[in-house]
Unconditional design. Sequence first.
Length: 230
Amino acid sequence: MIKKHSLHGFLGAPGDWSLLDHATTWDLFSNDSLSNDSLESWARWFNAQHQIGPPKLLMGYSLGGRLALHALIQNPSAWSGAVIISTHPGLQFLPERQMRLEHDHQWAKRFITDPWDQLINDWNQQSVFDADQPLVLNEQNFDRTKLYRMMTQWSLGTQSNLRSQIADLDLPILWVSGENDVKFRKLAEGVTLSHPHSKFWIAPQVGHRVHCVQQESFINRLNEFEESLC
């Protein structure tokens, strides 16, 4: 059996992966995880946790998907394959990255200072979530300081354009996007065209949060992909 390792997104939790059997779900908010102040250092730390053993499948959603990509690139031999959900491969131009850094710093400050209900309402109003049901989140489940750290040190603005490094990976990747998430669907399509080992699944009638909304369809597609690795 292939052991699955799963990474949640920003404002997520290990419990988001409760739909999976026999999976190790990682808490990105743990002190050990957040002690890594760059995506690259996080990947080195994460890969160091894994000993040589049975085949392993790495899974990540959104921010967790970006972290997963860095882990695959840092040590591809540690993994048998990956499932990457609603994930950005990196902005292509420096001015875009600088603008994103400023954007994420503004959000990060709001996660320290703003009233929680208004903050989450505004977060749900972002265009990337247009096709999703709004998240309902309890402030007591989060440490605002850790949200600030996560958003600033792992901002998309700090990430390199990973497209060429992804194209060189000699392992199978299943890219998952929602039919109604046009932006990330196009990003995934572009990556799969350049990576010969990639497959692409568009989940019907769903937006960004594919695995949370289309659980049964997602599990079926995941099982098919896992069988192809054996």
